[in-house]
Design a protein around this ligand. Sequence first.
Ligand code: 5GP
Ligand code: ZN
Length: 113
Amino acid sequence: MDCIFCKMVEGEIPTNVVYENDKVFAFRDINPQAPQHILVIPRNHIPTLNDISDSDADVLAEIPLAIKAIAKEQGFDEAGFRVVANCNADGGQTVFHVHFHLLAGRSLSWPPG
Ligand code: 5GP
Ligand code: ZN
């Protein structure tokens, strides 16, 4: 399978890993949109949020727990942060392995563009 995020999980390409456990993997975005821009992903390949199923419930439940741990570890839990998941064309998804953008380190505007 030609998925860049799977290759990162497998350690096939150099990755700035921030956090990992048996289900979740997190690394710094190559094109950061905030001082802290971390991508949090399930280790298993799921193309989009349209493709999740009951069998993914366990790993997806771990994502907010991973985000909480990362925010505390990186020291931006109290200041705050944003979590974004883009799906398909209108959402602006460009990498088709489900991922959650964790953005922090500056005041973020709302609504998004
Ligand atoms: P999307 O647009 O699908 O929501 O987000 C994909 C994200 O993956 C983008 O923010 C992009 O900068 C990031 N990205 C794409 N290729 C790579 C890569 O090779 N390494 C890293 N660390 N991030 C990547
Ligand atoms: Zn993948």
